[in-house]
Structure formats: structure tokens, C-alpha cells
Design a protein around this ligand. Structure first.
Ligand code: SAM
Ligand code: SF4
Length: 327
């Protein structure tokens, strides 16, 4: 369906848990994290019901996220069920990769279409410092395993941070040289912890010019696929893969935003930056029928805000942490 600014909304990000086995500095506090109680998290059946309603409104692409989605039990069965929904063309996953070595075969045989693996560094010490956990070898093992089996749609997500992984960016970009993968650099967004942590992102323009100096001229890739996300992709000389940039702050892409978000608690959020939306769980659990829920979703999507307000006053920002929203 289209919202009131005539944007086609076809992409839902669904968070299946707020829990995580890492504590990335830009996403979650080290301790004192308030967990959503199990009873307040949508069941897999509820997620499936909402996804079917989403698809009736034109959602064609679903991304499973979290927290760390692989901590959610029976995820492969959810993916298998989502893949059966008529109209849903893609089901993808964003993960930190820690549990992938164990779960990848089942997820892939369930029909998963793509994996975004978050990897901010190739250095074990920086990884431990940034994620506050010593689990780098598991993540590296996941990455190698996906490469070895030529998994068809693999993207690396990296959040560039001044003085933290600044010297890792060339190494990460080089992964796309001999592998058919996309390495994406995502600007740090002022959400939850990132705002208070004192971390500073690195502007996309700066990374772009560093990479160009080292690898040669970037050729933009024009992709007219209506399901594509906000990343802009480029080819580099002698690279098999691609480099992508998501510059949410420097260059707002709100005019082309095609996405909605469902939090693990069942709140439908229509913009990352605001608290606007509707409590779907409440509707599901108070006996509303499909048509009633569908109408609420329709109305909420229609009223999706025109653009984010990350640069504005804190009082207008959603207070949820990134692990509660799903990125
Ligand atoms: N745990 C999974 C993971 O890390 O891939 C999925 C959830 S995580 C919230 C989804 C994505 O959001 C990750 O790629 C992460 O790097 C990114 N992210 C988290 N906090 C961010 C922030 N403040 N700014 C930009 N990206 C952020
Ligand atoms: Fe966990 Fe992902 Fe957040 Fe890191 S970015 S703390 S892996 S949810």
C-alpha cells in the first residue's frame, strides 16, 4: 500500500527478541538491561498472523532481526512458515553470527533468502572491546562457512566508528574484492545507547573518498528493484563484490523509505526515529478479528511520518534501544 506521501510500503522488519549475546557499545548498555518478559513477546503464531496481514497490505519482503534473532527458539520453523505466505517474495535475516555455525544449515533449508552479518572489525581485540564479548572466532567461522558454501545473498554490515574501527574499514571493504558479497557501511544513528555512549560515527563521504583513493574509482549501481533498501551500491575496479553505504544522517533517504518495523513486543513502528505506531499485541490479545487489525495497520502505515528527526531535540526521539527495535 501507499502512505499519505505516496511511498510504496513493501518491506517489514520484524524483531523476534530483544535479547542478545553481545553488548555492542552503540546498541546496548553493558549491564542493567531491562528484558521484556517472555509473556510480552509476540509468539511465533502471532508473528505469523501479523505477517499474513502485512502481506495483504503489500508487504513483499520481511527481515528477521532482534536483539539477536538466533536466540529465538524455532526460528527455522518461523522462516519456513513466512516463506509460505502468498505475496511474500523474500525472507532475510540480520544477525551477529555468533550462533550461525550451529543454525545456518537449518535456516538455509527453511528457505532463507539472504543474510546480513554484522561485522565491524576483523581484529579480535577490537571486536571484544566493541561488543564486550570474546566471541569473535564464532563470527569469523560463520562468515567463512557462508563463503565456503557460496551462500547467494550475503551482506556484511559495518558501523564505522571514529578511533574504534577506523583502521579496519579498508580490510573490511577488501572482503568484497575476491568474494561475491556486499560490504555495507552504515552511519551511526543517534538511537538509544549510541547517543549517550560518546561514540562518534564517520561520515560516509569520508569513507567513500578513503576507499576511492585506495581502490580506484567507484561506479554507481542503479537498481530499480522496488524492494531494495536504502543502501547505495558501487562497483570498484577488480572487485567481484560490491560496496554499499547507508547514510541515514548525512543524506536522508526518507523520501524513498519503504519500511515498517514490528518490535518484539508487538508494537508497529512506522519510523525508526519516532515512537509513532500502534500496539498490535494488544489488538491480537484482546480478541480483535483480522479485519479490525488490518484496518489499524492500514491507518498506521498511511500516517507514516514524512522523515526522521535524528538531528532534532531528544524529546522527539523514540526512547527504545536499538536491540528493542531491530535496526
Ligand atoms: N543482533 C543482530 C545484529 O547485530 O546483526 C540484529 C539486530 S542489530 C540491532 C541490527 C543492525 O543494527 C546491526 O547491523 C547493527 O550494527 C545495527 N545498529 C545497531 N545500533 C546502531 C546504531 N546506533 N546506528 C547504526 N546501526 C546500528
Ligand atoms: Fe546485539 Fe546486534 Fe545490538 Fe550488537 S547490534 S548488541 S549484536 S542486537
Amino acid at each position: 500500500m501507499r502512505d499519505k506521501f505516496n511511498r510504496e510500503i513493501n518491506y517489514a522488519r520484524i524483531s523476534v527478541t530483544d535479547r542478545c549475546n553481545l553488548r555492542c557499545r552503540y546498541c546496548m548498555p553493558e549491564c542493567g538491561v531491562k528484558k521484556i518478559s517472555h509473556d510480552d513477546i509476540l509468539t511465533l503464531e502471532e508473528i505469523l498472523r501479523v505477517s499474513k496481514l502485512f502481506s495483504r497490505l503489500g508487504i513483499k519482503k520481511i527481515r528477521i532481526t532482534g536483539g539477536e534473532p538466533l536466540l529465538r527458539r524455532n526460528l527455522p520453523s518461523l522462516i519456513r512458515d513466512l516463506k509460505k505466505i502468498s505475496g511474500v517474495e523474500q525472507v532475510n535475516l540480520t544477525t551477529n553470527g555468533v550462533l550461525l555455525p550451529k543454525l545456518a544449515p537449518e535456516l538455509i533449508s527453511a528457505g532463507l533468502d539472504g543474510i546480513n552479518l554484522s561485522l565491524d572489525t576483523l581484529d579480535e581485540k577490537i571486536f571484544a572491546d566493541l561488543t564486550r564479548r570474546r566471541l569473535f572466532s564464532q563470527v569469523l567461522e560463520s562468515f567463512q562457512a557462508l563463503l565456503n558454501q557460496n551462500f547467494k545473498n550475503l551482506k556484511i554490515n559495518c558501523v564505522p566508528l571514529r578511533e574504534i574501527n577506523e583502521n579496519e574499514l579498508l580490510k573490511l571493504a577488501t572482503l568484497a574484492k575476491s568474494n561475491s558479497i556486499k560490504v555495507r557501511f552504515i552511519e551511526l544513528m543517534p538511537i538509544g545507547c549510541a547517543w549517550e555512549s560518546g561514540l562518534r560515527g564517520i561520515p560516509t563521504a569520508e569513507i567513500f573518498s578513503t576507499l576511492e583513493k585506495n581502490f580506484g574509482e567507484f561506479l554507481p549501481i542503479y537498481d530499480k528493484n522496488p524492494l531494495k533498501g536504502p543502501a547505495k551500491y558501487f562497483k570498484l575496479p577488480n572487485f567481484i563484490g560490491e560496496i554499499g553505504f547507508i547514510d541515514a544522517i548525512e543524506h536522508k533517504f526518507c523520501g524513498n523509505c519503504n519500511r515498517i518495523r514490528l518490535t518484539a513486543e508487538g508494537f508497529l513502528k512506522t519510523c525508526l526515529s519516532f515512537d509513532f505506531g500502534v500496539d498490535i499485541k494488544n489488538l491480537l490479545r484482546s480478541g480483535a478479528n483480522d479485519n479490525e487489525i488490518l484496518e489499524k495497520i492500514r491507518e498506521t502505515i498511511y500516517n507514516k511520518p514524512r522523515e526522521h528527526f535524528f538531528n532534532g531535540a531528544a524529546k522527539f526521539r523514540d526512547s527504545r534501544l536499538m536491540n528493542q527495535v531491530g535496526g
